[in-house]
Design a protein around this ligand. Structure first.
Ligand code: UD1
Length: 340
């Protein structure tokens, strides 16, 4: 069984990916400092997998600790999730983002090189495209400088990996450019657990539905879109997790050194359409108001996913409604409480 080091493996996307890796016969090894997750996630991953998962509560900026993991295990590849992801916070505290997101990738890459581990899947984002001129956006679209330090760390990390391929012909990279991950595992054992007030739309919707928040503000209703609200490509987190399994298979089977793939459904969904989908599956009406635009939001983006379908043999299976239903079930499993 191939051992895969999963940095940030108890986070939102990481935890779902660990489960899918086990389902596909890989042996994931988690390193996570729990800065945006909790050790209980691990217990639920283990419940879902019916087995123990090797894990290290460490920061992957710490090369010594990483080295120990590589000494203890014969790692054959790495999936690097560990990173901060709040766009607004990155604008307020750019150094925190540059240090952690770029620094941790460099530490991981240095230790991989010491142990001659040559395969990595990197968590990138559709944020690298900014507001694309043509939709749906394909992998060949121009990369324009991101308008947040968070987005810029994704661009810089992509470039670091591409530069490494030039210097080491054995090095192989898959860049997965995620669109908007939503939903939770259908079992409701794992899901998204934002600390404090959520930045992202779907946790805010479900927390409002559950009474944790009083109301949702729709950020801008005067965009040039179908109903005036921003359009995104919302992808079920389990579909996204499966893309990582396919990416590892690609690394194993293809002779190419670099694979770049959009991971989205190919469908654009407006904020109001997302709210409607939630209202349908929860059989309730959501308390929301239309408010001002949020600084830095792009108007609309959705993926061309034909490359991932053809070359990775990956396809999104879940619908928007199923993703909302799983997000809602997950929210309900966390209990109702008053606004915090
Ligand atoms: C952003 C990043 C994305 C990153 C993700 C991680 C950009 C362009 N996108 O996604 O790369 O991976 O954060 O967190 O930088 N909305 C509301 N009310 C709310 C919250 C959101 O109306 O309370 C709207 C937003 O204006 C947006 C949509 O919902 O139109 C989705 O927002 P969000 O979930 O925050 O994701 P992005 O900003 O698309």
């Amino acid at each position: 069984m191939r051992k895969i080091l999963v940095t940030g493996g108890s986070g939102y996307i990481g935890s779902h990916t660990v489960v899918e890796l086990v389902n596909a016969g890989f042996e994931p090894i988690i390193i996570d400092n729990y800065s945006n997750s909790s050790p209980e996630v691990l217990q639920n991953i283990e419940k879902l997998c019916h087995r123990k998962i090797t894990h290290y509560k460490e920061d992957c900026n710490n090369e010594e600790k990483l080295r120990k993991i590589f000494l203890d295990h014969q790692i054959s590849g790495v999936i690097h999730f560990a990173a901060y992801k709040a766009v607004g916070e990155s604008v307020e505290n750019p150094l925190k983002y540059y240090e952690n997101n770029i620094g941790s990738l460099i530490s991981v890459l240095k230790v991989m090189a010491e142990f001659s581990v040559n395969s990595i899947v990197f968590s990138s984002s559709c944020t690298v495209y900014g507001q694309p001129e043509n939709l749906p956006v394909s992998e060949e679209s121009e990369i324009i400088k991101a308008n947040s330090p968070y987005g810029y760390t994704k661009q810089v990390c992509e470039q670091i990996l591409i530069d490494l391929i030039q210097s080491n012909p054995k090095f192989k990279v898959v860049l997965l450019r995620y669109f908007n991950p939503i939903g939770a595992h259908p079992s409701s054992l794992i899901g998204e657990l934002p600390i404090g007030i959520p930045n992202n739309l779907v946790p805010f919707i479900t927390q409002t539905g559950a009474g944790w928040r009083k109301e949702l503000t729709v950020f801008g209703a005067d965009y040039n879109t179908i109903d005036g609200t921003c359009v995104r490509d919302y992808i079920h987190v389990v579909d996204l997790a499966n893309a990582h399994v396919k990416a590892l298979e690609w690394l194993q089977n293809k002779d190419e050194n670099l694979g770049v793939f959009n991971i989205g459904t190919g469908n654009g969904v407006s904020v109001l359409q997302a709210i409607k989908a939630f209202e349908k599956v929860s059989n309730s009406s959501l308390n929301y108001v239309k408010g001002k635009r949020r600084a830095g939001d792009v108007e609309q983006i959705w993926a061309s996913n034909t490359k991932a379908e053809k070359e990775l043999n990956w396809k999104a299976k879940y619908t928007l409604e199923e993703a909302m239903e799983h997000a809602w079930k997950w929210q309900l499993s966390l209990g109702r409480k008053t606004e915090n």
